[in-house]
Design a protein around this ligand. Structure first.
Ligand code: G3P
Length: 218
């Protein structure tokens, strides 16, 4: 399973990249706003800075919601860097735009996906990635991981090449269960990735090893 980091924070992206396990980055307008990035030039410069830090795909979301606007914005976004993937919302004009981009070899990430039917449409339109939001489904008493399993089953049935990018991943169990189900990618905050490192038996075992070594070696 690929690990993407879900942030626009440059130091967190660098930290994940330096760990040697990072496969890509996802951003959205809320994450860009959180970093205080405003104005088109600054936003585009920030995307370029992210691309310069990593080796994998970087999702940049369009703001337009009409077909013509999405096409124009997406075509401009991909001029920033070859790593840019155009992130398009799951709306009617978005699906049409994903077909347009797909026919021209431009990578897309269909975002704000909350049902298997939406994921099926995204795959049929040729999306490179589909982003089901696990945590937000859990928030409303639904089962986000069940949706990942459903989409996996549907895509496997027909051999759709669209990659399942589990998003709104909030904790390590989300991440591990996504891997068990067979999601292609999980995107999450840095804290979720680094939480995977932790186990109390690792910490106590290491403490004992070092103490025993010190007893003998001083
Ligand atoms: O990738 C989508 C993600 O940013 C949404 O996460 O935690 O705001 O639901 P969250």
């Amino acid at each position: 399973m690929k690990f993407f980091i879900d942030t626009a924070n440059l130091s967190e992206i660098k930290e994940a990249q330096d760990l040697g396990i990072l496969d890509g980055v996802t951003t959205n307008p809320s994450l860009m706003a959180k970093e205080g990035i405003k104005g088109k030039d600054n936003v585009y410069r920030h995307y370029k800075a992210i691309c310069d830090l990593v080796t994998g795909d970087v999702s940049a979301e369009v703001i337009a919601t009409d077909y013509k606007g999405i096409i124009e914005e997406g075509e401009e976004l991909v001029t920033i860097d070859a790593k840019i993937v155009v992130k398009v919302p799951m709306i009617k004009d978005g699906i049409k735009a994903i077909r347009y981009f797909s026919d021209r070899g431009i990578k897309t990430n269909c975002t704000l996906v909350f049902s298997a039917g939406q994921a099926l449409l995204a795959a049929k339109a040729g999306a490179t990635y589909v982003s089901p939001f696990i945590g937000r489904l859990d928030d409303i008493g639904s089962d986000g991981l069940e949706l990942i399993a459903q989409i996996k089953n549907i895509y496997d049935n027909y051999g759709y090449p669209t990659q399942i990018l589990a998003a709104s991943v909030r904790h390590t169990m989300h991440l591990i269960e996504c891997a068990e189900i067979g999601a292609d990618v999980a995107t999450c905050p840095l804290s979720v990735i680094t939480s995977l490192l932790k186990h109390p038996l690792t910490a106590s075992g290491l403490e004992t090893f070092l103490a025993d070594h010190k007893k003998v070696n001083g």
